[in-house]
Design a protein around this ligand. Structure first.
Ligand code: 1CP
Length: 350
């Protein structure tokens, strides 16, 4: 499926071209959570806002945070600075973040059958996010792909049900067994809301979208299609109904062999894989179907040194026969030394 590199036709946005199945000489690179606490300039702007969700809704600050990693490292993609939890927030479930602990929401009450949520997502509340997109777009180098994103319904619903992050997502898994009709309704609300939110992002100017199913690993083999694959497919189809040809990357973290379902059944243009996935397997099974994104262990970047170069080389070599986007297998961690990120980018660029 991969078209060969055509050097007489220089590509304006290498990452977008890769999503179209056009392999590049070197893989384009970006890093999940590339705007974040490992950057001193992020910590500085972050300190200007007490409340993380208000930070996400401040176009000045969110624009600056989005651009910082591009300025410093020249990544091939910028990812909108926001959070997956702005969707529940705009559905009327107030989100806050506790320093060093994480998100907090008033947990949904199953007996209320979603009456505590708005029927439709409040796009007005998300206007500052769309404004951020417009500002970032104007400031980005023309070769940089601009990624918008949302969380997949199962992952977002896990926070809405528990009111916080939970080990192995036990609360939502229990709801899936005890109250499947309720969960269907919640997932449906999130599908429709995510379509509106992502269409808003496309209108405002992003080039492509990533859907984060961070808790794919909590799903059983028979649950993954119902709770994750089909809702994601509905979102992708729904956005493309309004904006045909919109490019999607889908990331089913921890989904093991189910990465194949994300590649072949969701309609996404590329599949992101976590660090536990064997590149040899992904090259054989996934890459013939879709471009692959990944999958260096974030802690290999913390450790640095010669092993970092070796691990990066091995991933690039493994995926070298088809379209590949270099990334980590999950978000970069705050302890990562900047020099190690510089080393990685240099190595990947060759
Ligand atoms: O104060 C801070 O700086 C808080 C840290 C932080 C940051 C930098 C949070 C809170 N969110 C973000 C930004 C963010 N979140 C981005 C844009 C920045 C970038 O990627 O460069 C994105 C794409 C997200 C997505 C996100 N938020 C996911 C999916 C990706 C993943 O990491 O699996 C999830 C699960 C969240 C929830 C969330 N938001 C923040 C935290 C600490 C968490 C995780 C909480 C938990 O562990 O349950």
């Amino acid at each position: 499926m991969a078209n060969p590199v055509n050097p007489s036709n220089p590509v304006e946005k290498p990452l977008l071209a890769t999503l179209e199945g056009r392999q590049q000489k070197r893989p384009p690179i970006w890093i999940m959570r590339q705007a974040g606490r490992y950057l001193p300039e992020y910590r500085e702007v972050r300190s200007l806002s007490k409340n993380f969700i208000e930070f996400c809704y401040s176009p000045d600050l969110a624009t600056e945070a989005t651009l910082q990693p591009i300025r410093r490292f020249g990544f091939d993609a910028a990812i909108l600075f926001s959070d997956i939890l702005v969707v529940p927030d705009a559905l009327g479930q107030n989100v806050s973040f506790v320093e060093n602990e994480g998100p907090r929401l008033p947990p949904l009450v199953i007996a209320k059958n979603l009456s505590e949520l708005h029927g439709n997502i409040d796009l007005q509340r998300l206007n500052p996010v769309f404004e951020t997109i417009g500002r970032v777009k104007e400031a980005l180098p023309k070769e940089t792909t601009f990624l918008g994103f949302c969380g997949a319904p199962w992952t977002v619903a896990s926070y809405m049900i528990a009111g916080k992050g939970t080990p192995e997502q036990a609360p939502i898994r229990l709801v899936a067994y005890r109250h499947p009709a309720y969960l269907e309704q919640l997932i449906d609300r999130l599908v429709v809301s995510s379509i509106s939110y992502l269409c808003g992002q496309v209108e405002a100017g992003v080039d492509a979208l990533q859907i984060f199913e961070s808790f794919a690993g909590a799903l059983t083999a028979d649950g993954v299609e119902q709770w994750s694959i089909r809702p994601i497919k509905r979102i992708i189809d729904g956005v493309r109904l309004r904006y045909p040809g919109t490019k999607f990357i889908v990331f089913g973290r921890g989904s093991g062999v189910n990465h194949l379902k994300y590649a072949s059944l969701t309609g996404a243009d590329a599949v992101a894989i976590d660090w536990s996935t064997d590149p040899a397997w992904a090259v054989e099974v996934l890459q013939p179907i879709k471009p692959v994104q990944g999958n260096l262990d974030p802690l290999a970047v913390v450790a640095g040194g010669a092993q970092l170069d070796q691990k990066a080389d091995a991933i690039i070599e493994a995926f070298s026969k088809g379209p590949h986007i270099f990334n980590l297998g999950h978000g970069i961690v705050p302890e990562t030394p900047l020099a190690h990120v510089e080393q990685l980018v240099k190595r990947v660029r060759g």
